[in-house]
Design a protein around this ligand. Structure first.
Ligand SMILES: [Zn+2]
Length: 288
């Protein structure tokens, strides 16, 4: 594990960032961002800065090779680092409203927007080169990453929306249910059903997210976060992915605000308008 003292552009201390990249015995699998200490402003006015940690389980280096990351691992790093930026740029009075303490359906915007960089040539060419020859990642390979991630994407989108609709159908009831579960399910997601339902299957009973997982009408937040991150990133696409003004605005209007204001107010301040689904459809190759 490494620890970094993170300084702001003016030289002021911003945060401590811990990175823990590789698996070891006894370490939990997966990847996440966490805080050892949040951010708040003391009554004396002192800004108490956060201690943030990103934890991964990336491919380990070997005796003959450095740690060569898969594309998924790069994407995971970008994702968790986005959460870390949300934590490190936090600048609120109260810890309970600071950094990643936002509404459930807004917390994945800072993380998912970072994933967009993973297929940008301008970004990849800053570091992604062959570990022996130094040859940059070929454009053709980058295009294949894009094409692969868009394979069957329209079907996957409808499937995700269907889960959101089913979740909402169950959790917006205000009377006990004693009907036919299968029929209820069919009606709930009828607008998203393309293939015929398999009679022997029942999604409601095996969809652990919505009952055991605690989503309770919040499962839509996955797809909603994609709408937000694609729409927000389209401003970077428009003005340049390293555009400083857009980045500064994302930091001051979203990342540093935590949950101190309603997400849509923060979002509109950054984007100038409410999000639309267009950027997501374009990114997915569905719309030109
Ligand atoms: Zn996340």
């Amino acid at each position: 594990m490494d620890a970094y003292e993170v300084m702001d552009k003016d030289g002021n201390f911003l945060a401590v960032l811990y990175t823990d990249f590789h698996p070891r015995e006894g370490k939990r699998s997966g990847a996440w961002m966490t805080e050892f200490k949040g951010q708040w402003i003391e009554s004396t006015g002192e800004n108490s800065r956060p201690h943030v940690s990103v934890v991964m389980n990336f491919t380990k280096p070997t005796e003959s090779k450095p740690a060569l990351l898969t594309y998924d691992e790069v994407e995971t790093f970008l994702h968790e680092f986005g959460h870390a930026l949300h934590g490190m740029f936090a600048n609120s009075t109260y810890q309970s409203l600071s950094g990643t303490n936002v509404y459930w359906d807004f917390v994945e915007l800072p993380s998912q927007i970072m994933e967009n960089f993973g297929i940008e040539k301008e970004f990849l060419h800053t570091f992604a080169s062959h570990y022996q020859t130094g040859e940059p990642l070929p454009d053709e390979l980058i295009q294949r990453l894009v094409d692969a991630s868009n394979f069957n994407v329209a079907y996957a989108c409808l499937r995700q929306v269907s889960f959101g609709l089913l979740d909402m159908a169950w959790y917006t009831r205000n009377t006990p249910f004693d009907g036919d579960v299968k029929e209820y399910e069919r009606q709930a997601w009828s607008k998203t059903q393309i293939l015929p339902m398999v009679p022997e299957t029942c999604m409601s009973t095996q969809f652990s997210h919505i009952f055991a997982g605690g989503y309770s009408a919040g499962y839509y937040s996955y797809k909603w976060a994609e709408v937000l991150d694609a729409d927000a990133f389209s401003l970077f696409k428009q003005k340049g992915i390293f555009n400083k003004d857009v980045a500064d605005s994302f930091r001051s209007n979203i990342l540093s605000k935590g949950g101190t204001e309603h997400p849509m107010i923060l979002y509109k301040r950054f984007r100038g308008q409410e999000p639309t689904i267009d950027a997501l459809l374009i990114r997915n190759g569905i719309k030109k």
